[in-house]
Design a protein around this ligand. Structure first.
Ligand code: PBG
Length: 326
């Protein structure tokens, strides 16, 4: 490598045209996924207080939103369902006519061509807000697997293009793969939330999904933020069990993990810029402390540069709309 004064890195930074020419990483709408919260009723649009710009939507409104998203060039949505009623076993999650199967049908009609990803988890459906069935205060792993497999099956039968388990039970990818294959749905891919950390950044989501645990926290099943090697083991397990894509979540505090997963596996990697990452930016912007366009572009670029192929972000629609274009 040549040295100063022969080599002057600033030469290629002088104008935006030059910078554009040699830019290594791009954020494009087709690799962004917009999360949506679907609630019962019609014509419902409930703003989520801690996530300015995000609202819970009834199926009709979600379908209209998906129409707009596909027209804007966003490739995919990630659907979270909030059921009419919750119970201890999260029965709403496995119902063939539950909120997500019904939403899939309506969205498919309104926005053909949009990739429909469904979150497979019980926490939105259980009255205690944990991601599985309980024995005492413990989430029981193996009995939960059957329910998750049944939920994934209900989603796939209703037309989900990708199912995305986010519960962090051991063995759930294998259980879901077997259930799908056994039902003639071997073509449906699994995006596993493989390295999902027990994060303080999920707070606003739990308001949006009405899934705050009634007691305790999720540290008994989600990962310890201190562990990078363990994240690689989690990812390897999920791939062995049949995951087609793997996710790291949250995104910005775990860029090192994204990079290691990408280098190690060569699999398509998704990263989730979660609700707290979104809320943090929105709050600072509302105070006039940060420039939204710059930090949205910068954070998404950093997540892509770290190795994420796909980014799940609440900013997807606004990026696609060109709100942040300079
Ligand atoms: C669990 C789930 C969570 C998120 C997605 N799926 C949160 C949790 O573990 O409570 C968080 C997403 C976000 O914060 O934006 N089903």
């Amino acid at each position: 490598m040549s040295r100063f004064p022969l080599y002057r890195p600033r030469r290629l930074r002088r104008t935006e045209a030059l910078r554009r020419l040699v830019r290594e990483t791009h954020v494009v709408a087709e690799q962004l996924v917009q999360p949506l919260f679907v609630v019962p009723g019609t014509k419902v649009e409930n703003p989520v207080g801690s996530m300015p710009g995000v609202a819970q939507l009834s199926i009709d409104r979600a379908a209209e939103e998906c129409r707009r998203l596909v027209d804007l060039g966003v490739s995919a949505v990630l659907l979270f369902g909030i059921p009419e009623t919750k119970d201890a076993r999260g029965s709403g999650a496995v119902a063939p006519d539950g909120i997500i199967p019904r939403a899939l049908e309506a969205i498919r009609k309104a926005a053909p061509g949009l990739v429909l990803v469904t979150d497979v988890c019980l926490c939105e459906y259980t009255d205690h807000g944990h991601c599985g069935v309980l024995r005492g205060d413990e989430v029981e792993n193996d009995p939960t697997l059957e329910l998750l497999a049944a939920e994934a099956l209900a989603h796939a039968r209703a037309g989900a293009d990708i199912v995305a388990p986010s519960d962090m039970m051991d063995g759930r990818v294998g259980a879901i793969r077997r259930a799908l294959d056994g039902a003639g749905l071997s073509h449906v891919p699994i995006l596993s939330y493989a390295a999902k950390f027990a994060s303080g950044f999920y707070g606003p989501f739990r308001e949006a999904a009405e899934s705050t645990p009634a007691f305790g926290d999720r540290r008994g099943y989600q990962m310890d933020p201190a562990n990078g090697d363990e994240a690689l083991r989690e990812v390897a397990l999920d791939i062995e069990e049949g995951a087609d894509m793997v996710m790291v979540k949250p995104a910005l505090p775990y860029l090192d993990v994204i990079r290691r997963v990408k280098d190690r596996t060569g699999y398509p990697v998704a990263a989730y810029q979660v609700s707290g990452e979104y809320a943090m930016i929105k709050a600072a912007v509302a105070n006039g402390w940060l420039d939204e366009a710059r930090v949205v572009e910068e954070t998404l670029t950093a997540i892509r540069r770290a190795g994420a192929d796909v980014v799940i972000t609440y900013f997807a629609k606004d990026v696609a709309r060109g709100v942040y274009r300079r």
